[in-house]
Design a protein around this ligand. Structure first.
Ligand SMILES: NC(=O)c1ccc[n+]([C@@H]2O[C@H](COP(=O)([O-])OP(=O)(O)OC[C@H]3O[C@@H](n4cnc5c(N)ncnc54)[C@H](O)[C@@H]3O)[C@@H](O)[C@H]2O)c1
Length: 457
């Protein structure tokens, strides 16, 4: 391989920053990962991954000779080629995006650049239209204060990785999008991603190239289009999920099976089978935040995004449908014991941001239920973040099932496929199961005596 080794600084070592930093180091670049949270950095310095992401720990070990963890930008290489901003961009209450962390990082970068460097500053965080310009102006202002003549470039490089498969998505992406106005920025980012674009790195054992995977496309565009690509992609996926969930509701009314409907439409290549699984709807840090953000942006132009607004409404209605199903089966929620199987917003992550479980738990508690919860990975994170919620924590599904009037599957962790339903049946007070992810065989559970309700079946 003839890949060029670049000096890379990544600011923000959360799901995106850490996964990206570890992969870029594995691919041969020299990487400094920075986070303002000292606890995160101390843990990473001890060689321990701070997020749950399959294979990340192992990749960190393999890449360690190229990785430095620190809590200050002062430790950046003086001749850094690429700064990647990967800090959080949470929602404001009105749906707009709070980019103060991005601006803060831009200020800090502006404060350390020197006269001789020509770095590319990359917005990898999901940021609203105009953020590349904003970052550029913040850095220019800081440089002017110190009278530094550094020629730097700003590029938008949105991230499309999914939590739970972040390493696979980073090494084998469908496309890499770069929004930049100047050729040196594009060239440097092409060098950064060369091993991925050419697929000429040595494959990590646990992350073999997916069958049929070809080289990813490298899409070069202007910064505004790159910023919009990210929001359009997430809005489309969110809409697809809400689409199938809306049809799931109708399927329940007319007596159709949404799984078969989804297969019947998904095999049409124009539609595709992915993101067509009816369930409790989307959660996580991105779809909710990004759909609200684009609706907000459009509203500033007096342009209502009707489809996206409907997708948001359908998504949150879907969560409360679970409670309505419980009410229609067990009738009285007050005094009933409900067990939630799974808490994270999807399997293979401990991320609880905007997780359907939280809304469902709050509603059940409000209605007077006793709520028990279990998750194979996210339980500790849940205890930490939601200690105010009066729930009972359980160590496994059997403990969870004891004396429950109903169980609700929230997250389709693969380990749940081996639940011993005969045992569970004997532990419950009433045999009611709401399969929020259509994971189980309805006929089998009904044969065991369960009242089974899936989504759209
Ligand atoms: N999580 C995903 O699946 C995903 C996928 C694609 C894009 N994104 C986008 O990527 C961005 C990051 O998301 P995430 O999930 O990795 O966030 P995260 O909350 O997991 O991580 C952000 C990290 O940035 C650190 N940070 C904040 N301000 C800082 C500063 N001034 N200096 C140094 N560190 C700072 C925080 O301490 C935190 O560790 C967001 O804009 C998000 O929308 C996320």
């Amino acid at each position: 391989m003839n890949n060029v080794q670049l000096k890379v600084v990544i600011v923000g070592t959360g799901y995106v920053g850490l996964s990206t930093g570890v992969c870029l180091a594995y691919l041969g670049h020299k990487v400094v990962c920075i986070d303002k949270n000292k606890k995160i950095i101390d843990t990473l310095k001890n060689g321990v991954a701070t997020i749950y992401e399959p294979g990340l720990q192992d990749m960190m070990e393999k890449a360690k000779k190229n990785l430095i963890f620190t809590d200050t930008l002062e430790d950046a290489y003086p001749d850094t080629n690429v700064f990647i901003i990967a800090v959080g961009t949470p929602s404001k209450t009105n749906g707009d995006v709070n980019i103060s962390a991005v601006e803060k990082v831009a200020e800090e970068i502006g404060d350390i650049l020197n006269n001789n460097c020509r770095p590319v500053i990359v917005n990898k965080s999901t940021v609203p239209i105009g953020s590349a310009r904003k970052v550029e102006s913040v850095i220019k202002t800081r440089l002017a204060r110190r009278d530094i003549q550094c020629k730097f470039f700003v590029a938008s490089n949105p991230e499309f990785l999914r939590e739970g498969v972040a390493i696979i998505d980073t090494l084998y992406p469908d496309r890499i999008v770069v929004g930049a106005d100047e050729t040196p920025a594009i060239n440097t980012l092409r060098q950064l991603y060369e091993p991925i674009l050419e697929q000429n790195f040595s494959l990590p054992l646990s992350f073999q190239r997916p069958a049929g995977f070809d080289k990813p496309s490298f899409i070069v565009t202007d910064p505004t289009s790159a910023e919009l690509i990210k929001y359009a992609a997430n809005s489309f996926l969110a809409m697809k999920i809400s689409f199938i969930n809306e049809f799931a509701g109708l399927a329940e009314k007319v007596g159709a099976d949404i799984k078969q409907v989804a297969q019947g439409i998904g095999l049409d290549k124009r539609i595709g089978t992915r993101y067509l699984e009816a369930g409790l709807g989307w959660g996580g840090s991105c779809f909710g935040k990004d759909t609200r953000a684009i609706v907000y942006t459009a509203s500033q132009y007096n342009y209502p995004m009707e489809l996206i607004q409907a997708a948001i409404r359908v998504n949150y209605r879907q969560r409360l449908n679970v409670v309505e199903k419980l009410q229609s089966i067990i009738k009285v929620i007050r005094g009933s014991t409900i067990g939630l199987i799974g808490l994270s917003f999807k399997p293979n992550t401990d991320d609880l941001r905007d997780a359907p479980s939280i809304d469902i738990i709050k509603k059940l508690i409000e209605l007077g239920a006793r709520v028990k919860v279990y998750d194979p990975v996210a339980l500790n994170e849940f205890k930490r973040q939601f200690s105010e919620l009066a729930v009972e924590y359980c160590d496994n599904v059997q403990e969870l099932s004891k004396n429950c009037d109903a169980l609700v599957l929230i997250t389709e962790w693969s380990e749940f496929s081996s639940i011993d339903w005969e045992k569970v049946r004997g532990l419950m007070r009433q045999k009611v199961f709401i399969d929020g992810r259509n994971m189980f065989d309805k006929a089998y559970l009904e044969k065991l005596g369960f009242t089974y309700q899936g989504v759209g079946r």
